[in-house]
Design a protein around this ligand. Sequence first.
Ligand code: ARG
Ligand code: ZN
Length: 859
Amino acid sequence: APILRRDYRPPAWRVPTIHLDVDLAAAETRVRARLEVERNAAEGALGGPLALDGAPGMVPSSVTVDGHVLDEGAWRIVDDQLLIDLPGAAHVVETDIAISPEKNTQLMGLYASGGLLCTQCEAEGFRRITFFPDRPDVLSRYTVKMTADRTLYPVLLANGDLVGEGDAGEGRHWAEWHDPFPKPCYLFAMVAGDLKANRDSFTTLSGRAVQLGIWVREADLPKTDHAMAALKASMAWDEQVYGREYDLGIFNIVAVADFNFGAMENKGLNIFNSRYILADPETATDADYDAIAGVVAHEYFHNWSGNRVTCRDWFQLSLKEGFTVFRDQEFSADQGSRAVKRIEDVRVLRAAQFPEDGGPLAHPIRPDSYLEISNFYTATIYNKGAEVIRMMHTMLGAEGFRRGTDLYFERNDGTAATCEDFVRAMEDANGADLTDFRRWYAQAGTPRVRATLEHEAGTATARLTLAQTVPATPGQPDKLPMPLPLRIALFGADSGTPIVAERVHVLGDEATEILFEGVDEPPVLSINRGFSAPVIVETNRSAADLAFLSAHDDDPFARFEAMQQLMVDTLVAAINGGQADEAAVVAAVRETLTDPALDAAFIGEAVLLPSESFLGDQLPVVDPSAVRRARDSLRKRLGRELEPEWRATYAATAANRFEYTPTAKGLRRLHSVALGYLDACGAADVPALALAQFEGADNMTDRQGALGVLANGLSGERETALAAFYDRYRNDALVLDKWFTTQAIAMREDTADAVERLARHPDFTLANPNRMRSLVGAFAANQYAFHAADGRGYRFVADMILAADTLNPQSAARLVPPLGRWRRFEPARSALMKAQLERIVATPGLSKDVFEQVSRSLA
Ligand code: ARG
Ligand code: ZN
């Protein structure tokens, strides 16, 4: 039965302290837990026995209350919970259990990864380690004693401060950690292994010294400097921008090779997927470097937005995730190019969140129900959640927003809070009324804004009509309008200058009209500048207007957006067999490419055509072949007609010695974009040019950029480069992932065949989430290849989902959404997709994770 948000009740019992005594070994780990429990006197609290969550098959070898071992009849296991009737208001409860980390393929709870033992508890992994009320509103002080073999596990880490260590005899040793901050069990962490630390320190604003450690296998130590620099920059940024200081004497990060998602903010002991820590020029692209800084910052920022103030229940997940994503986005914007960062973030939102919001899995950023919470770590909770926070920032201004967060942290420190607490702090700190704005938390679906600008030359006025609609989503047929802040400006088409300076208009109603006076030349509308609201805007702007904005708008995002819209309009017209103004796109791209005032990083973003899947999203019914044809034709035309410009750009951006600076990054980006367009124009020398770039590169960005271009083609150079890449990196799992991905996203007729072959490659495994995503996840995002007309892409992904589900349900469930979009495709493909979903759902023994995603997709 689904869990409902409205059913929330405070817990029956509190657990102010917990002591864990953990005897670690890969085959069998013994966990003895000692809980001080007290009945919760809070109003509305649940009653009844002490209920401690466990996992299927878990049975304690003993249960003790107040020092007395209970008879087997005095406790029972019901629905994986250990139930104990306790007469009084306060007791000490002890349990003893054995678990097997090496058999844990779900990678939730305590598991083994490449010789290490490590934990992942969010959302509900702690119950796989010991019996405990596994809900985020039960906060405890933890003491953890770890004992393990000294040779296999010389390093023993847990949350908080190290309070003791010593020899345990028989080649074993122990360490005891104490975390002074009460925390929910999802923030518990423990790591044992043969690790080495990159050590550093940070002095906080108030002068406290914090020891920093990034723990990895010895061979990876040289790849940790970038993450360390990002950590220190994050610590300083959170002090400057939010007034938040770190609060423990130690901050450790551990990198592990097998991890279900990006990273985890466990108090004082973050655990990371190694792909978000390890980097050097030889193995990591600029995008990897950026992602590392972003994720390191994200997890660090959680120390306040997530740990000091945590969530009351999992329906409030966006309270910490949306806010923390907003914080990491702003951190990255401040560190590098703000304009490019915004473009990238909007791309992610449109590629991952808009389709979710428009499909069967749509849910509000604060959902009302779930079957399996792991399925709600979505782009909606994270990325749309961040946009909702950003809108408050826009409406209240940076200072007002900061007043709001100060009040939020002050009021809620040490508690498990709700989204409502956040919004109320924003209101109270600013005397603002966000009553209607709260609809963003409750209503799913991407609002559409129709903006029509009319100019009356006679009265020198311009009339802007704005109308919004919020589409129906599953379970939410009727919607109310949502207040959305639109940054708006007008430019003069003749003078080429701004005629109405930017203003923020909060569109609160279904429709409104804005009158501009003194508009004595034809105006051009620039709207949703900086992507101030996460909505779809439809305007009555002509190709000429868009071309004008792409050359002259003074908001870089709006400039990018105008070019994108021009490209989309052209491509959609071509797909629909109508009049496509390809020449306008060619002219606009030429103008951007040759504008000396623009930096390379921006140009590299602006001249890229929208992806095939984004184009698919603009169509009522998707025919992936028609999308490919239209996009390819425009790509080739851009290549051919601008060949001299691409050649000049390619030459002008040629790399010097590797540097990780915004300027150097921008040049590398544009260099590979130019190579891609040269390839599109079909010049005979391109494979050789690409192979030379591939072989001569002193960094992964250039090497991978060349490989990506070669991989789309049919040249002999393609096979040379792929084989060389494999030989060079076969022992580096993170780089080998790129080898799989490059082939899975290739724009070739035989990609589906190649992917099926690669799934039988000796280096492919479903046991490692990165590897699985690098092939299957990447393939499912390759619209043309995944949607091969005979349906073999669908069958392949369904096979992978079923195979993965027996090992790791969370990872398996993440492959469902691409199939879940079946209603969007032309009838033949749609039926084939649906048939695969039906095959999956009819399979016996399905996990809750996959069952929920597939059944919602079919409903
Ligand atoms: N809180 C972690 C983060 O955002 C991610 C945890 C993901 N958990 C999950 N069950 N998917 O950094
Ligand atoms: Zn997070």
